[in-house]
Design a binder for this molecule. Structure first.
Ligand code: UD1
Ligand code: CA
Length: 452
C-alpha cells in the first residue's frame, strides 16, 4: 500500500517570538522542515503533503514543488491541521505517516522501522521515555498496559505530570480510520484546540523508541540551540568515524551537505557550510568559515579565514585572516597570506600574495610573486575591468594595477608603481619619481628655524 506523509507545519510557533514561521528556522544550518522532508523520503514516502498556514507563502517558496500542500486557514490545533489534508487522504486508500515540522533529529531509519513494525495496526504512534517530560503529551496507560489516552501538559494532573513516557507526535494510521476518528474529536481541553492526540483514545499501538534525543520537539529558541548542538555533534562523530580529526567536536559546525575526507584536521570553532568538500590531509585552523567551496588535498587554511564559492588547489596555504570571495580559483601550491582579499580571480600554480593585498577580476599566471600592498584597481565607478598578469611576473610592494591592463610574462614591476598601460613581457616597468638627495639639508633647515 502506498505511503502518504503529512508534515504539520502550519503552527504559529508562538514560543519562538518571531515574525517568521517556526519550521523555517535553521537547526544546524538547515531549515527544520527539510529534516522532516528528507526523513519522510528515507522512510519510503510516496507522497509528501505539507500542511501550511502561518507564513504559508514562505514555506511554499522554500520547499517549491518537491512536495504537495494543504492549507490550514486558522491554527486550531494539530487535529485540525491533519483535517486540512482530508481531501488528499480521502480518495487514496493509503497509509498515512504524520510528522511534525519541528523535530529535526528524527532519522529516516527510525521512521522506516516504525512503519514496518506498525504495518498491521489501524492507528499507531511513537512514544519514548524522557528525563524531562515538561511540555510534551504524556501517555496514560491502563493497568493492563494498554494505551488509554494522551494527556497534554496543560490538561495533566499532578500524577500525570510525573509520567516519563511521552507522545513524540509521530503517527502511522490507516487513511480511512484516521479520518473517521478525526470526525469525533472536539475542543474540550485547556487550550480549546482540536488535539490530534485524541485519536489514540479509541485504541492505538504504541511503538516505544529508545533514544529520547531523536524526538526533541523545538518550541523555543533554547530548544533550537540544543537541537542544533546535537545535530552538529552527530555530524562530528560521523566524520571522526570516517577518519577526520576533529580537535573539539563540541565546537565543530558542519552543514548537512558537507564532505570531509580522511586525514583532514579541523581545529576548534570552524564553520563549514553549503556544498563544501575538504579533501584529505588538509588542516583548517580555528575561527575559519568555509562555504560552498572545494579545498583540495594538503592545504592549510590558517586562523580566522573566510572562504566562499571558491576553489583552493592542492598544497596551498591561505590566511591567517584572509578572505577568498566568490569566484576565487587558486590552481595549486599557492600562498595567500594575511589580510589578502581575492574575488573572481584565477591564480596560477605556485603564485603567491603573502601580505595586505586586494586581487579582484584578475587572471594571474603561474609562479607570480605579488608584493605586499598590491591592489588591482578593478572598478572605475561604473564598470569592472580585468587585470591580466603573465607567468613568472614579479610585482614589487605597493603596486596599483589600474585595469584594464595586461602584464606580459616575466615582467618586473618596481615597488610603488601605478601601472596604467600594458607592460610587454620580460620588461621592467617603474613609475616612481626620481629620488632627490640634499646632503646636510636637515641641520641647516633646523638652524634657519631657530629663534634668534
Ligand atoms: C505536540 C503534541 C504533544 C507531543 C508534542 C511532540 C498535540 C496536541 N500535542 O505538542 O502530545 O508530545 O507535539 O513534540 O498534538 N501545527 C499546525 N497547526 C496547528 C497547530 C500545530 O500545523 O493548528 C503544527 C506545528 O507547526 C508543529 C506541530 O503541529 O509543527 C506541533 O505543534 P506544537 O504546537 O509544537 O505542539 P506541541 O505543543 O509541541
Ligand atoms: Ca512541538
Amino acid at each position: 500500500m502506498s505511503l502518504l506523509t503529512i508534515i504539520l507545519a502550519a503552527g504559529k510557533g508562538t514560543r519562538m517570538k518571531s515574525e517568521n514561521p517556526k519550521v523555517l528556522f535553521e537547526a544546524a544550518g538547515r531549515p527544520m522542515v527539510d529534516y522532516a522532508v528528507s526523513a519522510a523520503r528515507e522512510a519510503g514516502a510516496n507522497e509528501i503533503n505539507v500542511v501550511v498556514g502561518s507564513g504559508a507563502e514562505l514555506v511554499k517558496a522554500h520547499l517549491g514543488n518537491s512536495v504537495t500542500y494543504s492549507v490550514q486557514k486558522e491554527q486550531r490545533g494539530t487535529g485540525d491541521a491533519v483535517m486540512a489534508a482530508e481531501e488528499i487522504i480521502k480518495d487514496k486508500k493509503c497509509r498515512v505517516l504524520i510528522l511534525c515540522g519541528d523535530m529535526p533529529l528524527v532519522s529516516g531509519a527510525t521512521l522506516r522501522n516504525f512503519v514496518e513494525e506498525a504495518e498491521h495496526h489501524p492507528v499507531s504512534f511513537i512514544t519514548v521515555d524522557v528525563e524531562k517530560p515538561f511540555g510534551y503529551g504524556r501517555v496514560v496507560r491502563g493497568t493492563n498496559g494498554n494505551v488509554l489516552r494522551i494527556v497534554e501538559q496543560k490538561d495533566a494532573n499532578e500524577n500525570e505530570k510525573r509520567i516519563k513516557e511521552i507522545n513524540t507526535g509521530i503517527y502511522l494510521c490507516d487513511g480511512d480510520t484516521l479520518l473517521d476518528r478525526l470526525s469525533r474529536i472536539d475542543t474540550k481541553n485547556a487550550q480549546g484546540e482540536f488535539y490530534l492526540t485524541d485519536i489514540v483514545s479509541e485504541g492505538a499501538y504504541a511503538y516505544k523508541a529508545e533514544d529520547e534525543d531523536e524526538f526533541m520537539g523545538v518550541n523555543t529558541r533554547a530548544h533550537l540551540a540544543a537541537a542544533s548542538k546535537m545535530i552538529w555533534r552527530r555530524r562530528a562523530e560521523r566524520f571522526m568515524e570516517e577518519g577526520v580529526s576533529i580537535l573539539d567536536p563540541d565546537t565543530f559546525y558542519a552543514g548537512a551537505d558537507v564532505e570531509i575526507k580522511k586525514d583532514a584536521v579541523i581545529y576548534p570553532n570552524v564553520y563549514i557550510e553549503g556544498e563544501t568538500i575538504i579533501h584529505s590531509g588538509t588542516t583548517i585552523y580555528p575561527g575559519s568559515r568555509i562555504k560552498d567551496s572545494v579545498i583540495e588535498e594538503n592545504c592549510e587554511i590558517k586562523d580566522n579565514t573566510l572562504i566562499q564559492d571558491s576553489f583552493v588547489g592542492k598544497g596551498s596555504s591561505v590566511g591567517p585572516m584572509a578572505q577568498l570571495r566568490p569566484g576565487t580559483k587558486l590552481l595549486g601550491e599557492n600562498k595567500i597570506g594575511n589580510f589578502v582579499e581575492t574575488k573572481k580571480i584565477s591564480f596560477g600554480e605556485g603564485s603567491k600574495a603573502s601580505h595586505l593585498t586586494y586581487l579582484g577580476d584578475a587572471d594571474i599566471g603561474k609562479d607570480v610573486n605579488v608584493g605586499c600592498g598590491t591592489i588591482t584597481c578593478n572598478y572605475d565607478g561604473i564598470n569592472k575591468h580585468v587585470t591580466t598578469i603573465g607567468d613568472g611576473v614579479f610585482v614589487g610592494s605597493d603596486v596599483q594595477f589600474v585595469a584594464p591592463v595586461n602584464i606580459g610574462k616575466g615582467a618586473l614591476i618596481g615597488a610603488g608603481s601605478t601601472i596604467t598601460k600594458d607592460v610587454p613581457e620580460d620588461s621592467l616597468a617603474i613609475t616612481r619619481a626620481k629620488q632627490l638627495i640634499k646632503e646636510g639639508w636637515v641641520s641647516s633647515w633646523k638652524k634657519s628655524k631657530e629663534k634668534k
